[in-house]
Design a protein around this ligand. Sequence first.
Ligand SMILES: [Zn+2]
Length: 209
Amino acid sequence: MWNDSVIEAVRVFRGKELDLSHAGLGSYCLESHEQRRVAIESLLGHIKYFRPYQRQEAVAKIVDVAGARLPDNLMLRSEQVLALRNAGMQIGAHTCSHPILEKISDDEALSEISNGKVGLESLLGEPVTHFAYPNGKPDVDYSAKHVAMVRQAGFVAAFSTAPGVAMQTGDVHQLPRFTPWDRTRSRYGMRLLANMRRSAPQVVASTVA
Ligand SMILES: [Zn+2]
């Protein structure tokens, strides 16, 4: 995917400074791992909200300037997705190219949502019933019309990235999520508690039941 290409391009770049200023993407000193990490974060944050075509162009530019030759297996291969499923994981859909739905047309959004589902279903040979909105911020990355599209596409549940915990009264097509990136049980426990104490998770307004 586009973000893997950016990460790999910055990772393999052998120079000390990656100058993307002529592409409007800034210039990055890459002498340490930390600087590479910061550069990757900054580039991804910057181009994430580009329209798909513009984003493709920016990624091509970064790969070109970095002189990177990218392998074609940076994201999961189909057999790895099948292996995950066979090991008991449930596979959900996340669109075809991870666009910010708010930044593309309704037709594009509809085809991204439904083609992502159909593609996975033909690979897995079973219904794909869960969806996650790319980037997932309510009213920023998706809006009520996308929730309707997801529902109409036949997904039984969908996830945003609004933090918090799901309530019975919440919208099953906008379930909140938080990242359990803790290394100890106690910190994980504290994170669970902090999320439970939040007020109701944010959802896009017009779809609240
Ligand atoms: Zn994502």
